[in-house]
Design a protein around this ligand. Structure first.
Ligand code: SF4
Length: 508
C-alpha cells in the first residue's frame, strides 16, 4: 500500500505515477511540471488580488481574513494543517491556502483548498482555483454564482451560466467536503473559480463523492503503460526502460489504442508484427523499422491554386486568439495582439487579419487567378474564426470591420479553405501519427525552435503580456513558432504535389 498522502492530482491520468513517486521521490519535477505550477500560481495570484481585505464600505460587520503561507507538495503539512484549524476555530470569514489531510478506508490523503469561506450558519464553503473554463454564459441555464470580490462578504445569486465539470476540481472539492464534515463544518456546497477570475460558481458536493470513492478504490497498476502524459513526466526514463525491456505494445500504440489487441492476448510489439493482422501488423513493423510514413494510394496529390496563403492561428486557453499568421509563399504576415484578450485589441487584430486575407482574395479574383487559404488541421482556426466574428461582428477600427459570422461560415465551407491535414490523412498512413511535426520533416522542413510545443506556447503567451525583456523574447518566439507552422504547411503541400517522393506503398 502507498503510505504517502494521495492528492486529487494523483487520481487523474496515469495512476502509476503514484507508485513511481513512492519508489523514486528523489527524481525532480520536469520543466513542464514547473511551468504548470507557474500557471497555477499566476491563477491564484490573480484571484487573490480580487479577494476582499476588509468589510465593504459602510458595512459595520467584523471581517477576518487569514492568509496561510503556501507550502510545497512535498513539505510536511503539519504546520499548515494546524494553521487551517486555528483559522477555522477563530471563525475567519475568508481563509486562503488551507490544507487538510484525512483517511478514507485506510488510504491517507491530502487536499489543498485555495479558499475557505464562512457561511451565515458558520459552516464553510471550500473554493478551488483552476485554469479550467468552469462555466459558460448560457441564457437557457442557471447557476449559483458569487463575485470573487464578495467572497466572505455577500451571498450568492442566480445567473445565466452552464457549469462544466472537471474531474480534478471535483476530487479536490469532494476531499475538502470530507475534511470539513469530519470537524462538523461542511456546508454541503463547494465552488470553483476558473479562467474567469471574477466569479466563483457554486454546486453541491454530495454528487462528487461516489466518483472519488471509485478513484480511491481503484487498484494501482503494477507496471507502466505509455500514455500521452509520459512526454512530460519525470519518471519517463525509468518507465521507458521497463517498457522497452518488455517490448510493451503501448510503446507503439499509446494509451488505450492497443486495447483490442490486448484483449486478444497481444501485449508486445513483436506479437503484433507476428500476428499477421494485415495493415495493423504492417504498420507495427514499419514503426519498428523507423519508417515514418507509408502511402495508401498509388499517386499522392494535393490541390493547387494560383494564389496560396498558409494560415496558422495561436489562441490562449479559452480566452481568445492573439495571433493570426499568414505565409504567401514569399513573406510571413503576422497579425498579433499582446494586450488582454476579449476586448478591442483582439477584435481589431482579427479584423485586420480578415481584411488582409479578403483583400488578397479580391486581388486574385480581379486578375482572374484562383485563390485558396491552407491550414493544418483547421478545427482550432474554424473555432476562432467563428468565435471572433460572433463576439466582435460589426466593430469598426479605422478602415477595417469585423465580419459577420455568416461571412466566415461561407468562407470556411468553401473550396477556398483547405485543410492540408485532411489531404494527408486521406493518402498517407503514419505509424507514429500524422502530426505536422511528424510529416513536415519528411517533406524536408525543420523547425527553428525544435522543442517548442503547445504547452510551451501557452506559457510563452502568459509571459508575452509583460513589457520586460522576457516578454519581448516570448513574443519573438511565438512569432517564429507561428511562422514555422505556416511555412511547414506550405512545404508539405508542395511535397504532396510532387507525389510525396520516397514514401513507400502500404501493402507494397
Ligand atoms: S512515465 Fe508515463 S507510465 Fe510512467 S509514471 Fe509517468 S505517466 Fe505514468
Amino acid at each position: 500500500m502507498i503510505a504517502q498522502h494521495v492528492s486529487a492530482a494523483d487520481l487523474v491520468g496515469c495512476r502509476y505515477r503514484q507508485v513511481q513517486r513512492q519508489v523514486h521521490p528523489e527524481i525532480p519535477r520536469t520543466r513542464a511540471a514547473a511551468m504548470r505550477k507557474a500557471r497555477s500560481d499566476a491563477a491564484r495570484a490573480a484571484v487573490h488580488a480580487r479577494l476582499p481585505v476588509g468589510p465593504a464600505l459602510g458595512d459595520r460587520r467584523r471581517f477576518l481574513r487569514t492568509d496561510i503561507p503556501p507550502l510545497q507538495l512535498e513539505e510536511d503539512t503539519f504546520s499548515v494543517e494546524l494553521a487551517t484549524l486555528e483559522a477555522l476555530a477563530a471563525r475567519a470569514d475568508l481563509i486562503t491556502g488551507a490544507v487538510f489531510t484525512g483517511n478514507s478506508d485506510g488510504i491517507p490523503w491530502r487536499v489543498d483548498v485555495d479558499l475557505l469561506v464562512r457561511r451565515p450558519d458558520d459552516t464553510y464553503l471550500p473554493v478551488v482555483i483552476s485554469n479550467h473554463r468552469v462555466a459558460r454564459a448560457d441564457e437557457r441555464s442557471t447557476a449559483t454564482v458569487i463575485a470573487t470580490a464578495r467572497l466572505g462578504l455577500g451571498e450568492p445569486v442566480q445567473a445565466p451560466f452552464r457549469l462544466r465539470h472537471h474531474v480534478a476540481d471535483g476530487y479536490r472539492l469532494a476531499f475538502a467536503a470530507r475534511a470539513l464534515a469530519e470537524i462538523g463544518l461542511d456546508s454541503g456546497t463547494g465552488a470553483a473559480i476558473g479562467q474567469d477570475r471574477s466569479r466563483a460558481f457554486l454546486a453541491p458536493t454530495a454528487p462528487l463523492q461516489p466518483a472519488l470513492d471509485v478513484a480511491l478504490a481503484t487498484e494501482l497498476p503494477i507496471g507502466p503503460r505509455h500514455v500521452k502524459e509520459c512526454a512530460t513526466c519525470r519518471f519517463w526514463p525509468r518507465c521507458e526502460a521497463d517498457l522497452r525491456a518488455a517490448d510493451d505494445i503501448s510503446l507503439y500504440l499509446r494509451g488505450d489504442r492497443a486495447r483490442d489487441f490486448r484483449e486478444r492476448g497481444i501485449n508486445t510489439v513483436a506479437g503484433l508484427i507476428d500476428a499477421g493482422l494485415g495493415e495493423a501488423s504492417e504498420l507495427a513493423a514499419a514503426w519498428r523499422a523507423g519508417t515514418v510514413l507509408l502511402r495508401r494510394v498509388d499517386t499522392v496529390t494535393a490541390p493547387a491554386t494560383d494564389v496560396e496563403i498558409d494560415v496558422d492561428m495561436e489562441a490562449y486557453l479559452d480566452q481568445g486568439a492573439y495571433l493570426w499568421g499568414a505565409f504567401d509563399g514569399e513573406d510571413y504576415h503576422p497579425f498579433a495582439t499582446w494586450v488582454p484578450l476579449g476586448g478591442d485589441g483582439e477584435a481589431e487584430n482579427f479584423a485586420r487579419f480578415w481584411h488582409w486575407l479578403m483583400d488578397r482574395r479580391a486581388r486574385a479574383r480581379a486578375e482572374g487567378q484562383s485563390f485558396a487559404a491552407y491550414c493544418w488541421s483547421n478545427n482550432g482556426e474554424n473555432h476562432w474564426l467563428k468565435m471572433s466574428a460572433r463576439r466582435f461582428a460589426g466593430r469598426v477600427f479605422g478602415d477595417v470591420t469585423v465580419p459577420a459570422e455568416a461571412e466566415i461560415q461561407e468562407f470556411i465551407s468553401s473550396d477556398e479553405w483547405v485543410d492540408v491535414f485532411r489531404v494527408v490523412r486521406s493518402q498517407l498512413a503514419g505509424p507514429s501519427g500524422l502530426g505536422l511535426k511528424v510529416v513536415a520533416p519528411e517533406a524536408g522542413y525543420t523547425w527553428e525552435d525544435g522543442d517548442f510545443d503547445g504547452e510551451e506556447s501557452i506559457n510563452a503567451r502568459r509571459v508575452s503580456r509583460g513589457s520586460d525583456a522576457a516578454a519581448m523574447q516570448a513574443r519573438a518566439q511565438l512569432l517564429r513558432y507561428n511562422e514555422d507552422d505556416c511555412r511547414a504547411t506550405a512545404a508539405v503541400r508542395h511535397w504532396l504535389r510532387a507525389g510525396a517522393p520516397g514514401v513507400p506503398r502500404l501493402g507494397g
